[in-house]
Design a protein around this ligand. Structure first.
Ligand code: NAI
Ligand code: 15L
Length: 268
């Protein structure tokens, strides 16, 4: 029998991954609450749309009412100036966990990112015990989210799986993504495992498909029972037929690719 949770909250539901995950999460719950700062329509009777800016406490507090589990995608998803990241990713994550504590939500899946460790080299192979090496304001905010979730587990027992997503798009778009690519089906299976596996505690897992080249070792997350099925190989020829990239291009050196070279961002 397919397991279902009473109500899942999906934040960032209007975004790229949110749109992909809405129908997939709908199969995992009785009610799907979808939220974003951007406008959305309900996809059907099972969905409830609750618009919310994660930076507004009263809105986030209301958002978490009667929620069994959260898939937290909402926030700024690329490198940029600090202030928008502060509101959505720093303040927003704290609001989310505090509201979860108040309302008794017991499980959160946090969309972390490879940019929490973006300054490791592509020649490095790391696991979740490796010290974080954020590659910018955005990567710093993901480290914050991972640490907030760690604290809320240690102190209040709220379980979290932090998925350090590599590059989750329809297909790998460049040479770096041949290693960092995560298919939508593998992401969905990982989120399902993160929601339904008993006793995940606080787990950090790298989200990449079974690509030929890998920088990440997930042996610390075997309790999730997740094995990626897809691979970037079918796109290798297409990706490698693009004009060559210089050997000193950050795309070819760092796990975080060109995010490592963005900024600085001057204060307004
Ligand atoms: P996206 O940028 O398409 O979606 C993010 C959504 O968050 C947007 O719809 C945006 O309106 C919403 N948002 C931004 N600020 C907000 C605020 N203050 N309050 C409420 N909502 C707000 O990003 P995407 O690609 O869908 O990624 C989803 C999540 O996964 C993000 O947290 C991102 O950091 C993370 N991630 C994604 C990766 C990917 O390859 N797509 C890789 C690594 C992490
Ligand atoms: C991310 O964290 C971003 O959200 C996404 O847009 C991509 O840039 C991805 O990482 C990546 O590193 O490819």
């Amino acid at each position: 029998m397919t397991q279902k949770l009473p109500r899942i909250l999906l934040t960032g539901a209007a975004g790229g991954l949110g749109k992909v995950l809405r129908p997939r999460l709908a199969a995992m719950c009785e009610r799907l609450r979808v939220s974003d700062v951007a406008a959305m329509d309900a996809a059907g009777a099972q969905e409830e749309v609750v618009p919310c800016d994660l930076g507004l406490w009263s809105a986030v507090e209301a958002l978490l009412r009667d929620v069994s589990a959260v898939v937290h995608l909402g926030g700024v998803s690329v490198e940029g100036p600090f202030e928008p990241i502060l509101n959505a990713n720093i303040v927003g994550v704290h609001h989310l966990y505090e509201a979860a504590r108040i309302h008794g939500t017991r499980r959160i899946v946090f969309a972390s990112s490879n940019h929490a460790v973006g300054f490791y080299r592509q020649s490095d192979r790391i696991d979740a015990r490796a010290p974080t090496r954020p590659d910018g304001n955005y990567g710093l905010s993901k480290v914050w989210g991972e640490q907030v979730s760690r604290f809320y587990f240690d102190r209040y027992g709220i379980e979290t799986v932090c998925i350090r997503i590599g590059s989750s798009f329809p297909k790998p778009a460049d040479r770096r993504m041949l290693a960092s690519w995560l298919s939508y089906d593998d992401l969905t299976a990982l989120i399902r495992a993160s929601l339904f596996t008993p006793d995940v505690g606080h787990t950090i897992v790298f989200g990449a498909s079974a690509n030929r080249d890998t920088w990440w070792d997930n042996r610390l997350a075997t309790q999730l029972g997740w094995t990626p099925k897809d691979t970037s190989e079918p796109w290798r020829a297409e990706v490698e037929s693009a004009p060559p990239v210089a050997a000193d291009d950050p795309m070819m050196i760092y796990q975080g690719g060109r995010f490592t070279a963005h900024g600085p961002f001057d204060k307004a």
